[in-house]
Design a protein around this ligand. Structure first.
Ligand code: 1PX
Length: 210
């Protein structure tokens, strides 16, 4: 159990539990709070990850601006956001670098990385290298959307990751076995957020927004 007030990854991953409603709607606010927690965790891992957290912060802030803006009511759920942004016409949507759909798509792709990475951590051996798990998850997900220079910088940063057991330790969920159990509980929620977003974006042909 994490000490009171200490940062624990459990609360972060728990935030993703509240993202999908019974009607399979994706709620934006709990997702964004989950993202803030992940970003804080990433920042605690050191300055080498600064360029990654900076990009994630920028994207979460774009989404918060939409949610707090004049059209905020349309940004309550992923479904209402897609409907609203599509209603403005596909040209407008494809031409906007700060559209909600495009921004969510970037975070959505990163969520696939997270899912694979957490699953790799969960099922890895005690002495597995976190950097290898991270690189494999990255190559199987986000890497195909990134240019060479970003791939290179990301892969270099991954080398700074601590060993698997030390990593499970900094998650601050208790001893490694307890952290592994927590991951087993949390991963399905992340999969569910990923699944509904993938389905929604595929249905509206939004999976390749530039
Ligand atoms: C228990 C483990 C928890 C670990 C938490 C770590 C949270 C990581 C959050 C990463 C979010 C990354 C968002 C990236 C979005 C993206 O693809 N952006 C690119 C495209 O954006 P654009 O607007 O130009 O279309 C952008 O070019 C990205 C630049 C930065 C590099 C992104 C590398 C992503 C690597 C995956 C995360 C690695 C974290 C490793 C630490 C465990």
């Amino acid at each position: 159990m994490a000490a009171a007030g200490a940062f624990s990854l459990r609360e972060v991953l728990d935030a993703f539990r509240g993202c999908v409603t019974e009607r399979r709607e994706g709620l934006l606010e709990p997702c964004l709070s989950g993202w803030w927690g992940l970003i804080r965790f990433l920042q605690s891992l050191g300055a080498v990850f600064g360029f990654i957290s900076k990009d994630a912060v920028a994207k979460v802030q774009i989404m918060e601006r939409h949610r707090r803006g004049e059209q905020g009511q349309h940004y309550e759920s992923l479904q209402s956001m897609v409907e609203f942004e599509l209603s403005r016409g596909p040209a407008e949507l494809r031409g906007r670098p700060d559209s909600g759909c495009r921004t969510v798509l970037r975070l959505h792709r990163a969520l696939l990385w997270l899912q694979l990475f957490l699953e790799g951590l969960r099922t890895g051996h005690r002495d597995s290298r976190t950097s290898t798990i991270c690189t494999d998850s990255y190559n199987a997900s986000l890497a195909k959307h990134h240019p060479w220079v970003v791939r290179k910088a990301a892969t270099l940063a991954f080398c700074a990751l601590p060993s698997r057991d030390a990593f499970l330790e900094v998650m601050n969920v208790g001893p490694p076995e307890q952290a592994v159990d927590m991951l087993g509980e949390a991963i399905p929620y992340i999969q569910s957020v990923y699944g509904i977003t993938q389905e929604l974006f595929a249905q509206h042909s939004l999976l390749d927004l530039p």
